[in-house]
Design a protein around this ligand. Structure first.
Ligand code: URA
Length: 230
């Protein structure tokens, strides 16, 4: 396969953009910059674009640190969306694997791989999600035990599944849940007489929000992170 075809297949770049990236020295083959779009690429060659490895599988996987005020949707006429935080070529074809409320911050996963995102969002799989929760009232031990064993949400008779909790401070907890009901964390805390002031998603399964990512920043997932979702 020609190098420009390889880059265009394995990255969000169009064929024309791939050619430009190659002539500008952004593409390396087996560690060496390659400026010629018609170079033949062996199947076992290591091709990088801006030092990120490209694979021909074609599926893409990203993590993003969502800032407050950005909606977890692919389009919205009133507010910026998480896809608006990405360059248009990168955003192409991506969908969100597990939404957050507009005022919730932290880890959002984006992918082109529908089967992979299904394993994160399907209620049957029970993929755990961990949130750092800031509260308006001190968290009473009794309330935390109730949250751990399951509470009944307003307008929803089915009790929540067992959760795990780590106390981080008087008014701050880390809460891990394996369901994704509408506004679940806020409604769980309301069910024990408290109120969520700020909510931040820290982890999905084994994928931890990269502390190097400033709000609004994103990066590709590593192979280990992608393969941790089983
Ligand atoms: N629970 C909520 O209440 N909001 C979120 O954004 C995520 C979980």
């Amino acid at each position: 396969m020609r190098l420009d075809q390889f880059v265009a297949t394995a990255s969000p770049l169009s064929r024309r953009e791939a050619k430009q990236a190659i002539t500008r020295g952004r593409v390396r083959v087996d560690g060496h910059p390659c400026h010629s779009a018609n170079t033949h690429i062996d199947s076992n060659a290591c091709v990088t674009l801006d030092n990120a490895a490209l694979t021909l599988a074609g599926e893409r996987y990203l993590m993003l640190n969502k800032p407050a005020g950005v909606v977890s949707a692919t389009t919205d006429s009133d507010h910026p969306t998480v896809l608006d935080l990405l360059p248009a070529a990168t955003a192409r074809g991506l969908h969100i694997a597990g939404r957050l409320d507009a005022d919730t911050t932290g880890l959002v996963l984006l992918t082109t791989d529908g089967q992979w995102s299904h394993r994160i969002t399907s209620p049957r799989v029970e993929c755990p999600k961990t949130y750092r929760v800031s509260l308006s009232e001190a968290a009473a031990e009794e309330a935390l035990r109730q949250l751990e064993s399951g509470v009944t949400l307003r307008n929803d008779p089915k009790p929540t599944k067992p959760a795990s909790i780590r106390r981080l401070g008087d008014r701050e907890i880390e809460l891990t849940i394996s369901e994704g009901r509408y506004h679940q964390v806020k409604r769980m805390l309301a069910a024990v007489g408290n109120h969520v002031l700020a909510l931040h998603r820290q982890r999905i399964g084994a994928i931890e929000l990269d502390p190097a990512l400033a709000p609004g920043a994103f990066r590709e997932l590593t192979d280990a992170e992608i393969n941790s979702v089983t």
